[in-house]
Design a binder for this molecule. Structure first.
Ligand code: NAG
Ligand code: NAG
Ligand code: NAG
Ligand code: NAG
Ligand code: NAG
Length: 338
């Protein structure tokens, strides 16, 4: 019968495996100082100081004595660097609105600008976050260019954030989603936003934004969804939107937009939803737009449009064209020929 010798390779491998296992599970956590970066920890604690946690005490685990990477709820670190990469504190919402019981009140500390490795910042539907978006989010101090350069997603939807959108947001070069709908933001849309070359989702709807849509919005070459509904935007719809080869949804309902619907929109071949109702648009509807191959939903009601509705193959209800100055032709009654 063969017996296992003490110094056989199998025995050694098992021994090494055992030592590694023990040191990983018992020794390393005991010996290691915490993995949380001290600057990040300070920033998170400052953020917590600005927030009154409603009934669920979700920030209860955020205490100075513990490791923010391993024991704090809703915080994620990169294990390699110990830097905070994600804050995701999400409230509860459904088709009836936001449930404030799951919410939090307070303001966003400028110290979040110190979380230089943050990729995802999500405070969606907390209902009670107010105050401005700190400009530190895209810190403009020249030496600090590239601060927060990892941020890919900002979601502050369904809160009471006010003030204007900081120009510094244009410095967040990796940003793919800027979701700020259902807040109380005012001022105009900073042109710097059009520098966000990775942006796919721009949701600024349901705020108090004024001024014009930056004409250079067509530089956002990866943009897929543009929601600007329910603001007070004026001026014209920039024709550069026609350059947006990936744009699928364009919603600008209920603003003060005037001038014509640019025929260049017909170049944005991926468009499937175009909602422009409740504005002051005039002129006629460009045939190229109504005949976009992927278009499914189109609504230009309550504007000042006139002329014949171009021939099209869409099944759009008459209500989508109603309450304009003088549109005619299917699905509205035929135009009167002189
Ligand atoms: C953290 O942010 C605060 C507020 O912007 C700032 O005063 C402080 O200098 C920052 N700390 C570091 C280490 O960058
Ligand atoms: C929005 O801001 C205005 C002042 O700018 C204020 O009167 C209004 O109460 C705010 N609304 C909400 C929902 O916070
Ligand atoms: C847009 O509205 C602002 C006031 O909010 C006004 O000063 C500006 O002239 C308007 N611009 C256009 C193009 O209508
Ligand atoms: C559309 O409105 C603008 C002012 O917003 C005006 O200058 C223009 O003449 C109007 N065009 C038509 C076709 O009514
Ligand atoms: C509508 O579809 C028919 C059949 O597919 C086609 O012949 C016609 O040119 C289309 N009309 C328009 C305006 O695209």
């Amino acid at each position: 019968m063969k017996t296992c010798k003490k110094n056989s390779p199998t025995y050694t491998i098992i021994l090494i495996f055992f030592v590694v296992l023990v040191s990983n599970t018992i020794l390393i956590p005991l010996l290691l100082v915490e993995s949380c970066d001290p600057i990040d920890k300070e920033a998170l604690l400052e953020f917590k100081r600005g927030i009154q946690d409603n009934w669920f005490q979700r920030l209860g685990t955020w205490v100075p004595q513990t490791d923010c990477c391993t024991t704090w709820d809703d915080v994620t670190c990169d294990p390699a660097t110990g830097r905070v990469v994600k804050i995701s504190l999400i409230g509860f919402w459904d088709e009836f609105g936001v449930d404030t019981a799951y919410g939090m009140e307070g303001t966003i500390s400028p110290f979040v600008g110190n979380l230089t490795h943050l990729q995802i910042f999500n405070l969606r539907a907390l209902a009670g976050i107010s105050g401005p978006i700190p400009s530190e989010l895209g810190n403009e101090i020249p030496l600090d260019i590239g601060k927060l350069k990892h941020l890919t997603r900002i979601d502050l939807s369904y809160n009471h954030i006010y003030g204007s959108i900081p120009t510094s947001i244009g410095k967040l070069s990796q940003l793919q989603a800027l979701l700020l709908p259902y807040n109380n933001l005012s001022g105009s849309i900073p042109t710097s936003i059009t520098q966000l070359s990775q942006l796919q989702d721009l949701h600024l709807d349901h705020n108090q934004l004024t001024g014009v849509i930056p004409t250079s919005v067509g530089k956002l070459s990866l943009l897929q969804n543009l929601f600007l509904d329910h603001n007070k935007l004026n001026g014209t719809i920039p024709s550069s939107i026609g350059n947006l080869k990936h744009l699928q949804v364009l919603e600008m309902v209920s603003n003060r937009l005037s001038g014509r619907i640019p025929k260049q929109l017909g170049n944005a071949k991926e468009l499937k939803r175009v909602l422009l109702s409740r504005n002051r648009l005039n002129g006629s509807i460009p045939s190229k737009v109504l005949n976009l191959e992927k278009l499914q939903v189109f609504d230009v009601s309550r504007n000042q449009l006139s002329g014949e509705i171009p021939a099209h193959n869409l099944s759009i209800p008459a209500s989508a064209f109603s309450r304009n100055l003088g549109l005619c032709g299917a699905p509205l009654p035929p135009c009167k020929r002189l």
